[in-house]
Write a protein that binds this ligand. Sequence first.
Ligand code: PLP
Length: 419
Amino acid sequence: MHHFTYRDNELYCEDVPVRLIAENVGTPFYLYSHATLKRHFLAFDDAFEGMDRLVCYSAKANTNLAILKLFKNLGSGLDIVSGGELYRGLKAGFSPDRIVYSGVGKRVDEIDYALEAGILMFNVESLEELELINERAGLLKTKAPVAIRVNPDVDPKTHPYISTGLKKNKFGIDGKAAIEGYHAARQLKHIKIVGIDCHIGSQITDVKPFIEALQSLKDLIDEVKEMGSKIKYLDMGGGLGITYDNESPPHPKDYAGAIAASLKDVRLKLILEPGRVIVGNAGILVAKVLFRKSGTGKEFVITDAGMNDLMRPTLYKAFHAIEPVARFEGPQITADVVGPICESGDFLALDRKIADVKRGDLLAVMSAGAYGFAMSSNYCSRIRAAEVLVKDDGFYIVKDRESYMDLVKGESIPPFLEG
Ligand SMILES: *Cc1c(COP(=O)(O)O)cnc(C)c1O
């Protein structure tokens, strides 16, 4: 359930007509519903009612400061994957002791930043990283709290690019090596073992892979405990999927119920890192139809949003429903909905049945709240879209549309090219 609904054939976000926002901020823009964001976060968190847990919203799905702040206010922690996300998280007011840091390629400056901030834990993805964190913590005269990210070798049955828990993926450390990692960690003076972690992928629409992963982790937890290390946290990562088209992912309650059943007597604080499931269906991308054209046996709807605004269709052949902001009767067309960029991969939808829209019509690209703006770029020197948050009958620009000046920020022409 979300708050993008039609009233008299006009699309609203909560109590605001989408058209009204387009008239005020121009297109394209991302539009988020406060009520939906809040509802999704609370539904997820409440699903784990009665369990000792910390939900750490995964920043990379949507890193807008306003969105981070909203989750912070709702009691969320934060899952980060870069120094930049740590900066955003702290700016949004997250307490560092509610921040977990994952990622295969943490740089020295990022590790130092996280150590100085005093984060809850590092999810360590290699033995070399473990050694580096130990070294940096020593220099900074502190102890680094770590979990080892285990690669449990389970198939999450999702797109290969967002599958992260298979042996062939670059993420985590596989079972046996993870045990060696814990042995190694015990010898390191500036490392404190606090947890165990996994994250098997994204857009997962079945609980089974999660439970398989959890089973591997439980076996490892026993071994780590036998070593005499005290683990406090079991981090299950994120990855729960959403409905883009006709997927039927488990409700957070079913996901939580399955985890609870499998955990039974494991007495660890559960950490969860949901991203997409919270923000995905809480946002849309609004674009304008620039032109229509007919190729040989092909209809094209050309919009002012392209792959630089929403990368998912191009990158993963991802499906996003596309609806006219003003709905009308009449036969539909089958068309490629494409952007203005000079690449044939620049499309929002291929061979899609949609309304027979014309120049100037507004389109809503649905389910665009996760990995939408966050993955956008300036390719073709296109300025990035504005972001707008609706609450009840008010709307708030939470990120200005970029300007041409923003495009050249930091660029300079060396003197030898002048004159
Ligand atoms: C991306 C990511 C998440 C969030 O994944 P979703 O599929 O959006 O829930 C959680 N944890 C880690 C380590 C990630 O890289």
